[in-house]
Design a protein around this ligand. Structure first.
Ligand SMILES: NC(=O)c1ccc[n+]([C@@H]2O[C@H](COP(=O)([O-])OP(=O)(O)OC[C@H]3O[C@@H](n4cnc5c(N)ncnc54)[C@H](OP(=O)(O)O)[C@@H]3O)[C@@H](O)[C@H]2O)c1
Length: 300
């Protein structure tokens, strides 16, 4: 049996669906039974647990041959780093307590660094905590920048007619669709071919800068002059807080952006067939961005 945390989310839902499609026994973990129903209809067992609750998580992992472990984002938490530590403590305690043999763990490019990478510090610490569990085989998926990070730009385009953010416009970024991460992680769970503790980067289809992203989106939404502007940190923070993010999360995003802009946070592996995945920005924009953009436009 495979236990999947974050099963209703971007990566977890892809993994759960793929394992169920292969006829595997799957336990899907989330906070609300109703959100897990779709998987139950396909044969999964639902387990309601909060990932900060080590005792519940230990029960959720009991009997699992392997686990997909991740720290869900909590963008409105008053202290996001403290929340991440609570989740990683609970994950480590549950993996150890339930005697889990194999774990595929969602991490990030930059998780090699112990500090100054914003939310990625929490993923570094998760890796460290799992490293101390003897007998655990763990595969850390150090994924690039999610293409899903582009979706909040829909509101920015609709309100200001541009793309805006903290990253340098010419900074090459390894951007990946979460579908690709889920697919890859599911294959690793099915194969169970990893031994000891290993980190592997996943860098998406190609590196992209925000100039290129703006031109792909602009073409797809028939605004060929759409451009990206790097915005001042104070402006970004105000916008993020106004959209419901805690001040703590906004500060972490700005710290991570600085780490990306300076090159401190960057892939360690050269791009290769092993760390390159299929979904291009053009496909992501056509399949995920444009329908939401059009939907929002119709609403407004
Ligand atoms: N954004 C990036 O560029 C990037 C890059 C590399 C790595 N990452 C990392 O990727 C992770 C996010 O992955 P994702 O996008 O797959 O996640 P996600 O879709 O944002 O969330 C996964 C699921 O977690 C569940 N959840 C939320 N809080 C929970 C809690 N306290 N207890 C139990 N379940 C909870 C939610 O489901 P329910 O509501 O059903 O409970 C949610 O659907 C983060 O650790 C992030 O740091 C992000």
């Amino acid at each position: 049996m495979y236990a999947i945390t974050g099963a209703t989310g971007n990566t977890g839902s892809v993994i759960a669906a793929k394992l169920l499609g292969r006829g595997e026994k799957v336990r899907v973990i989330g906070r609300h039974a109703n959100r897990l129903e779709g998987f139950v209809e396909k044969g999964a067992e639902a387990f309601v647990a909060d990932l900060t609750d080590a005792a519940a998580l230990t029960r959720a992992f009991a009997g699992a041959k392997s686990v997909y472990a991740m720290i869900p984002p909590s963008p409105s938490a008053p202290d996001v780093r403290a929340y991440q530590e609570r989740v990683s403590d609970a994950l480590a305690a549950a993996i150890q307590g339930a005697g889990v043999g194999h774990a595929v763990v969602l991490s990030s490019v930059g998780a090699d660094k112990p500090d100054k990478t914003g939310p990625v510090v929490g993923l570094h610490n998760l890796e460290q905590k799992l490293n101390s569990i003897a007998g655990l085989n763990a595969l850390y998926v150090r994924a690039g920048y999610f293409m899903e990070n582009l979706l909040p730009q829909i509101a920015v385009i609709q309100n200001f007619g541009l793309l805006g953010g903290p990253l340098r416009a010419d900074l090459p970024v390894a951007m990946i669709a979460t579908l690709d991460i889920g697919d890859w992680a599911a294959e690793k769970l099915l194969g169970l071919g990893f031994i000891g503790k290993q980190a592997r980067e996943l860098l998406g289809q190609r590196d992209l800068n925000y100039h290129e992203v703006a031109s792909v989106i602009g073409r797809a939404i028939s605004r060929p002059t759409l451009a990206y502007t790097q915005l001042l940190p104070q402006l970004i923070k105000a916008g993020l807080v106004q959209s419901g993010m805690s001040s703590s999360m906004a500060d972490l995003i700005l710290e991570m952006s600085e780490a990306l802009n300076s090159g401190y946070m960057a892939p360690l592996e050269p791009r290769s067939a092993q760390n390159t995945t299929n979904t291009s920005i053009e496909t992501f924009v056509a399949q995920e961005f444009v329908p939401r953009f059009t939907g929002k436009a119709a609403e407004g």
